[in-house]
Ligand binder design. Structure first.
Ligand SMILES: Cc1cc2nc3c(=O)[nH]c(=O)nc-3n(C[C@H](O)[C@H](O)[C@H](O)COP(=O)(O)O)c2cc1C
Length: 279
């Protein structure tokens, strides 16, 4: 167990991180970002990882989706779901969830920034979206990477024992294995560090919250369930999607699945589990 002095010091480090730029920050006066030094801007999105033949264009006819539109009800009804019935999502549903969380609406300036469906500090949009798909109509099960500029998915490859991989990547959370699809968001660190340097990481965590909330609201609208997940294995997630774990690393994940009102009592039973696990 950590001694009290070490614990106090580490807590202080965490608090200093949370406070971000402050007048008493010893680095504030000296910090000059790479952007201010006129170093080249990193790409707005990660390049495709596979060839054109691995690509599936995603449908955008969201007017054909069966969904709730009452904003007050959506906000009120949003909750975490951990009991999934295991059915397939349609491609249009998945497409809507990807658009709602990271969809590109416009480009600012001459490729200076993407404008998306979520806000983001300095519009750096430092996240990439990866998926483990267990059951989505029209798509093979396996690992995928979202291409937000094209609104397309690229198939990275099949994943053996995908249900087991889902659970183990989420630190053994077995309930998630019945998700139809799991969202994994990585941070491409330099995309934010180029402007915010040592202050980039705190801003990125706030950015991730917006992405997560849009997923929750979009799922609520479609009658699907999701749960934000902070307990995941960096090593396993990196190896699933071939990330180096240093320049690009996982920051947030969320399983999405079909749900049934019949399972409300089972959902309630999870409250105790969540409390016991400190989630
Ligand atoms: C950043 C973050 C990380 C979370 N991590 C987990 C997790 O690893 N496992 C889990 O079962 N729930 C996780 N949750 C869900 C919370 O437990 C849940 O939001 C909280 O209990 C409140 O319940 P509600 O979302 O239904 O309002 C996480 C939520 C957030 C926002």
């Amino acid at each position: 167990m950590l001694d009290e002095e070490t614990k106090r010091r580490l807590i202080q480090t965490g608090r200093a991180f949370m406070k971000g730029r402050r007048d008493d920050d010893p680095y504030e006066a000296e910090f000059v970002s790479d952007q201010e030094q006129r170093l080249p801007q990193p790409p707005l999105v990660k390049a495709a990882m596979r060839g054109q033949d691995a690509r599936t264009a995603l449908p955008m006819d969201f007017e054909h989706l069966e969904k709730k539109d009452d904003l007050v009800a959506l906000i009120r009804e949003r909750h975490s779901s951990r009991v999934f019935t295991g059915e397939a999502l349609t491609l249009l549903q998945l497409s809507f969830l990807l658009w709602a969380t990271q969809g590109v609406k416009d480009i600012r300036g001459r490729a200076y920034a993407t404008l998306r469906t979520v806000p983001c500090g300095g519009a750096r949009h430092e996240f990439e979206t990866y998926l483990l798909i267990r059951s989505v109509e029209g798509l093979a099960a396996g690992a995928y990477h979202y291409l937000p500029m094209e609104h397309a998915l690229e198939f990275l490859g099949p994943v053996e024992q995908i249900e087991e991989k889902i659970s183990s990547s989420l630190c053994g959370q077995r309930w998630a294995a019945k998700a139809s699809v799991v969202f994994y968001w990585s941070m491409v660190s330099y995309r934010a560090e180029w402007r915010y340097g040592i202050y980039a990481h705190r801003v990125a965590l706030i950015d991730a919250g917006h992405v997560g909330q849009n997923l929750y609201l979009a799922c609520t609208g479609l009658g699907l369930g999701t749960c934000g997940i902070g307990a995941f294995s960096h090593e396993l997630c990196s190896s699933l999607f071939d990330l180096d774990g240093e320049e690009e690393y996982m920051v947030y994940t969320a399983p999405v699945g079909t749900v049934s009102e019949k399972d409300a009592p089972k959902e309630k039973a999870f409250y105790k589990f969540v409390e016991d696990q400190g989630l």
